[in-house]
Design a protein around this ligand. Sequence first.
Ligand code: NAP
Length: 484
Amino acid sequence: MVSRVIPVDPFDLVIFGGTGDLARRKILPGLFRRFCAGQMGAESRIIGAARTDLNTQSYRDFAKDAVREFEPGGAKNAKHLKGFLELLDYVVVDAKGTQGWSDLTKAVRDDVIRAYYFSVGPSLFDDLAERLHKHKLDCPGCRIVVEKPFGHDLASAQELNQIIAKYFDEHQIYRIDHYLGKETVQNLMAIRFGNMLFEPLWNSQYIDHIQLTVAEEVGVGGRGEYYDRSGAMRDMLQNHLMQLLCLIAMEPPAKFNPDAVRDEKLKVIRALDEVAPDDVVRGQYEAAHDQAGFREQVGNPDSTTESFVAMRAHISNWRWAGTPFYLRTGKRLRERASEIAVVFKDAPHSIFDVEAGVHRNILTIKLQPNEGIELGVTIKEPGPGGMRLVDVPLDMTFAEALGPEEADFPDAYERLIMDVIRGNQTLFMRGDEVEAAWAWTDPIIAGWQERGEAPLPYASGSSGPDDALMLMHRDGRRWREIKA
Ligand code: NAP
């Protein structure tokens, strides 16, 4: 099968924070890949904007280094690299001052799609939005892209929404959650809503429980100060795991359009029950061998911030009443592995001599490090020896059937940026979704603070605190092993 790359219309993409880490590691290399794939042409412009005193040539050098470091294979194609760098421009702009704004006005064009990527800390959103307006750069068709963290609680998320809404309509705002840009996450929607096989079984009558795991092997690294203020709940669960939960649990939207999909996701968040204190386990990793522990890494010997959180959540609606959702995420765990596992119930009556709970269909959506979807089915173990059962995985990724070009799909950032240019908000969070997610998360965090609860220590390279295992054991269930 031949890969179908549909080119986007010419655009100007202004990257505020164009000299930052995100631009260097994700945005510029991602755009380069789309250029190589033929999705964006020579008429488009990428304009870096930041305070650092660079010019167009030195910004191109910066981008060349970024592409060579993070897209080394593609960067070997000198023609592609040269062509891509020619799209780049740079304007010195101070988001908080007056410098550079009239230069930016001259750098953008009126006759192409225009998007502003706010790849800066949220404290600058207000300044940027206000100055874009003041300099008449907030055209009705312009889009703005904002990064996580979108607030640190409900009040701050509401404030951010209000700030941006002063100058931009909701249809212009693209709140990025890069988990939604993953091929497999979208495939989950295709599998659920494009087939007859799954949806009739997709409810508490047939599904025993659902597990969501986002496990990281690394610690907080250089983000210690930020992470100590945030923690796993705010940094991962409120956004990434919540978005995955929504896609798994939502009702089929009437249409595949941005608002229909986001309306259904919002209903899931609003149907989440309050979480009881003993349904949540927090953990903090300890020092191991030559690796510093969490407190040392964040430079706060008294830190009570969690680097791990696990919980049992319930969705109170007709579809899910009685089906628990177990969520866990953490740093310095055994391996880097993220997956969603939909565990179906036992067949209602077994004609084979098998123990309950041993042979269950499990639909596994793997997100990291490799993406893929597998359905575990029970078959007869081949050969003589009677009717012995064995579970085998059916690979539903079908990379081989679709051919190598299809398997080489864009990474989440590049796909999402192309969606911004196309004006498709389906895979972006709407303001009310973000607020609803904080409204559910805030009381959990407030409860920890009121009770003065400290996180439980866990060994680096483990599966988290033992109490997290108990969270499932007490229900007669067990977590799947964390493995890549
Ligand atoms: P960073 O490395 O600290 O970069 C910040 C950028 O903002 C720099 O380009 C800086 O350039 C620019 N900047 C700061 N003050 C400015 C001002 N007054 N006017 C104009 N530009 C200004 O941060 P980052 O890691 O790239 O993160 C950017 C945003 O993405 C943050 O909100 C972060 O939370 C989010 N994010 C980052 C990652 C990641 O992997 N890095 C992942 C998810 C989300 P100058 O100093 O040259 O002005």
